[in-house]
Design a protein around this ligand. Structure first.
Ligand SMILES: *Cc1c(COP(=O)(O)O)cnc(C)c1O
Length: 391
C-alpha cells in the first residue's frame, strides 16, 4: 500500500522535534550537530532569536494580502537586495525552482521584445541542479531527473561541466542565456573557476546571450561573500536565490538588471504567495544579519578553521576520504568509501551531513556555527570515519 506521504524520498530514520543553533534534537533527547542545515537553508541555525522575533511579530500583524497590493516588507527586502548586489529589480518566489522558471521566462521574453523571438535556447551544464519543475529538470537534463517525465520543456542545450571550448562552440544566434551555478551543490560541491566565470561573461558580451547565475545554494553568505560570483569579480544579468535567504521560511527570489528584466511588464508573471509579508519579514531579518561585512568576515574566518580541520581529517583517514573542496562554508568531502555509508556513520555519531553526486558528502553548516561546534563536528566525523575503517 502506498504510504500516506508520497514516497519520493528515501528518508533517514531520524525525527527531530527541536532545533537550537547548530543542533537538532530528537524526542528522546539525542542531540545531533547539524552540518546539513536543511540543505543550506538554515543559514542562521535553528531558532535564531532575531528570526523567531521577526516571524512571530509579523504573524501577529498580517500574514498574507497577495501581490494585488503594496507589501512594505517586500519593498524593504527588494531595496536591500538591490543595494547589496548587481541587481536593479527583484521578484520573490517561494522556492528555488520557481526562481528558475522565472529566470528562463525572463531571458526568453527579453529577446522576444528585442525582435529576436527565435533566441530561446538556454545553455546549461552536466551535474547541474535547478530544481524539480519542468524547466528545472529540462535545464539540468540528467536522466535521473527527467526519465519518464517527457515531453521535456524544449530549448535547453547541455554542455560538459568545465568544457569552455564546448561552451564557446555551442553559442549561436539562438542562444538566449548561459545558466550556471557558480558552485555546484547537488553536483558534488564543484566550484566553477573564477577564470571560467569571467570567460562566460566575456562570451555573453561578445555574442549577446544573458548570463544567469543559480545561487540558490551558494548565495546569501554561504561562500563568505554575499553572493558567490563576487569572488570572480563578474556579475550576471539574472540571478536566482532561495534556500538561505529565508533561513528556513520558504522564500526565493530572482534578481536582475533593469535591462535583462525589461520584458517583464505588468501581467507577464505572478505568484500568489511570492513575497508575502511573513516570508519577507523573515527575509529582512536574515539579510540584515548576513549582509554585513563583519558577519561575512566571520564566515570566512570559520571557513578557514573548518577547512584546516577537515584537511587533517582527510589526512587521518586516507581510506575513507580523498579530498576537501568547496568555498567558504559550502564544503565537500570527496569520499573513497561510499558517501552514503559515511553519512550513515555520521548519524550513528550524531553528526549530520548531506550526500551529493560524485561520491561527495556536503558540509553546509549554519553560517553562525561556533568555533567549538566546528571542532566538535570534525571530532564526530573523525569517530564516524574510524568506525567505518574498523568495520
Ligand atoms: C535546491 C536548489 C534548487 C531548487 O530549489 P527548491 O527550493 O528545492 O525548488 C535550484 N537550484 C539550486 C542550485 C539548488 O541547490
Amino acid at each position: 500500500m502506498i504510504p500516506s506521504v508520497l514516497p519520493t524520498y528515501s528518508r533517514a530514520p531520524l525525527s527531530f522535534v527541536k532545533g537550537e543553533g547548530s543542533w537538532l534534537i530528537e524526542q528522546d533527547g539525542r542531540r545531533f550537530l547539524d552540518l546539513g542545515a536543511g540543505i543550506a537553508v538554515n543559514a542562521l541555525g535553528h531558532a535564531h532569536p532575531a528570526l523567531v522575533a521577526a516571524l512571530t511579530e509579523q504573524a501577529g500583524q498580517l500574514w498574507h494580502t497577495s501581490n494585488l497590493y503594496e507589501i512594505p516588507q517586500q519593498q524593504e527586502l527588494a531595496d536591500r537586495l538591490v543595494a547589496l548586489s548587481f541587481a536593479d529589480t527583484v521578484f520573490f518566489t517561494n522556492s528555488g525552482t520557481e526562481a528558475c522558471e522565472l529566470a528562463v521566462k525572463m531571458a526568453r521574453k527579453y529577446f522576444y521584445d528585442k525582435g529576436q523571438p527565435d533566441r530561446t535556447e538556454i545553455i546549461t551544464f552536466s551535474g547541474s541542479f535547478h530544481g524539480r519543475s519542468s524547466a528545472g529538470i529540462a535545464a539540468a537534463g540528467s536522466e535521473k531527473m527527467t526519465k519518464g517525465f517527457g515531453p521535456l520543456l524544449p530549448g535547453f542545450k547541455h554542455i560538459e561541466f568545465g568544457d569552455m571550448e564546448a561552451l564557446g562552440a555551442a553559442i549561436t544566434d539562438t542562444t538566449a542565456a548561459i545558466m550556471i551555478e557558480p558552485v555546484q551543490g547537488e553536483g558534488g560541491i564543484r566550484p566553477v573557476p573564477d577564470a571560467d566565470l569571467k570567460q562566460m561573461r566575456a562570451l555573453c558580451e561578445t555574442h549577446g546571450p544573458l548570463l544567469i547565475f543559480d545561487e540558490v545554494q551558494c548565495g546569501v553568505g554561504r561562500t563568505g561573500k554575499m553572493f558567490a560570483h563576487e569572488w570572480a569579480g563578474v556579475t550576471p544579468d539574472i540571478m536566482m536565490v532561495a534556500k538561505g535567504i529565508g533561513g528556513g521560511f520558504p522564500l526565493g527570489a530572482v534578481l536582475a538588471t533593469e535591462n535583462a528584466a525589461s520584458g517583464m511588464t505588468a501581467g507577464t508573471h505572478g505568484s500568489t504567495y511570492g513575497g508575502n509579508p511573513l516570508g519577507c519579514a523573515v527575509g529582512n531579518a536574515v539579510v540584515n544579519i548576513i549582509g554585513t561585512d563583519a558577519f561575512l568576515d566571520d564566515v570566512n574566518r570559520k571557513a578557514g578553521l573548518m577547512r584546516q580541520k577537515l584537511e587533517g581529517l582527510v589526512a587521518s583517514h586516507p581510506d575513507v576520504f580523498e579530498s576537501v573542496r568547496g568555498s567558504g562554508l559550502m564544503l565537500g568531502l570527496k569520499c573513497k568509501a561510499t558517501n552514503s555509508d559515511v553519512v550513515s556513520a555520521g548519524y550513528r555519531h550524531e553528526v549530520i551531513t548531506v550526500p551529493a553526486a560524485d561520491n561527495v558528502i556536503r558540509l553546509l553548516p549554519p553560517l553562525n556555527i561556533t568555533d567549538e561546534d566546528i571542532a566538535e563536528a570534525v571530532s564526530r566525523l573523525d569517530q564516524a570515519a574510524s568506525s567505518l575503517a574498523a568495520s
